[in-house]
Design a protein around this ligand. Structure first.
Ligand SMILES: NC(=O)c1ccc[n+]([C@@H]2O[C@H](COP(=O)([O-])OP(=O)(O)OC[C@H]3O[C@@H](n4cnc5c(N)ncnc54)[C@H](OP(=O)(O)O)[C@@H]3O)[C@@H](O)[C@H]2O)c1
Length: 312
């Protein structure tokens, strides 16, 4: 099969011929229709995850996938060939990724069915970013009328988080560069979103909107400790981007470090919101598998939203 691989790290991802995986007991073999890029794919290729996770070479990159069940491993029940599924590769090693024509995944976790009304291309861009956004909002327990600052709002996680936060009835302050990024963030939801320019005086802009500080922050980018200064006393920060309580010592703010858990209920809930029209998967560019290198270049070049890869 064709797959996006690296033979060592750091290295530039390349489209190569790889062995088609066989499903082990409890696994599904999925024919991948669509996948998408996430920061972890770029970080893996750049060698940043060395020493943190086992790397199996040639290493196939990719976390998100959507496609069709092709074959079942021993003992799998509840699925049949032809079922349409999507999810996230969550194996305890790197190398069996989804940027490929086929991927094997456990049938019991990090996988859900694609409901009617959700296109495979969108499903392939939803799993990891959507779960990270949902887990972050749940961690800070954001409720109606609270004010949330989403730092990194134009990215894959941020553009889903903006929509989910607005749907909770929160006042959303979203960071973006002036120009195309700001236009993109403004257009994410019908609800009003306050867009602030993170390349300017962020503190002044946020204080204009929330003079006493925001109730919560989603730290998806930027300096987390500086963001903590924009939170009201007793406020909360969710950080999938590595901020810890230690980094804000002495400040009356609770840090919730996030390790996204794209479990089946979370994926199903996200998929249903998309299918009902309540949530839009913000795919802004789609590349064929053969042009994966261009997709990685686009990810590095400030492309807002999600970058999808068509694998069929
Ligand atoms: N822990 C987990 O389980 C988990 C899971 C998924 C993602 N993550 C992390 O979550 C973060 C967001 O992921 P993502 O996929 O959404 O990344 P992304 O698509 O690269 O988005 C990041 C966004 O932040 C913007 N940005 C850069 N510097 C900024 C600053 N100083 N202030 C505000 N915004 C800034 C970027 O704009 P430009 O491109 O114009 O610079 C980009 O729009 C990443 O750190 C990723 O590693 C963690």
């Amino acid at each position: 099969m064709r797959a996006v691989t690296v033979d060592s790290v750091p290295a530039s991802p390349a489209v190569t011929e790889a062995d088609t995986p066989r499903p082990e007991a409890g696994e599904l073999l999925v024919k991948v229709a669509a996948a998408s890029l996430n920061g972890i794919d770029v970080a893996t290729a750049a060698g940043y995850l060395q020493g943190m996770m086992e790397h199996r070479f040639p290493l196939i990159l990719g976390k998100d996938f959507a496609g069709t069940v092709e074959a079942l491993g021993e003992g799998v029940e509840g699925f049949a060939a032809g079922d349409e599924v999507f999810g996230v590769v969550m194996k305890p090693f790197l190398g069996a990724g989804s940027l490929a024509q086929y991927v094997t995944v456990p049938a019991g976790h990090s996988l859900a069915r694609i409901p009617a009304g959700l296109k495979a291309q969108d499903a392939g861009a939803l799993g990891l970013a959507g779960a990270t956004a949902a887990d972050s909002l749940n961690a800070v327990a954001l409720v109606e009328h609270e004010t949330v600052l989403i730092s990194g709002a134009a990215g894959g996680v941020g553009s889903l988080a903006v929509q989910l936060a607005a749907a909770r009835g929160a006042v959303v302050i979203a960071t973006a560069r002036p120009g195309a990024q700001t236009d993109f963030v403004t257009g994410l939801t019908g609800a009003e979103v306050h867009v602030v320019d993170f390349t300017g005086d962020l503190r002044a802009q946020v204080r204009d909107i929330a003079p006493d500080g925001v109730d919560a922050v989603l730290h998806l980018a930027g300096d987390g400790a500086q963001l903590a200064d924009l939170v009201r006393p007793g406020g909360r920060i969710a950080s999938p981007a590595g901020l810890t309580q230690d980094a804000v010592k002495g400040k009356d703010v609770t840090i919730h470090p996030i390790m996204a858990d794209p479990n089946a209920p979370t994926l199903t809930a996200l998929a249903e919101q998309v299918a009902s029209g309540a949530l839009r998967v913000p795919v802004t560019a789609t590349y064929p598998l053969a042009q994966a290198a261009q997709a990685f270049a686009a990810f590095a070049a400030s492309t807002p939203g999600k970058i999808a890869v068509s694998c069929s």
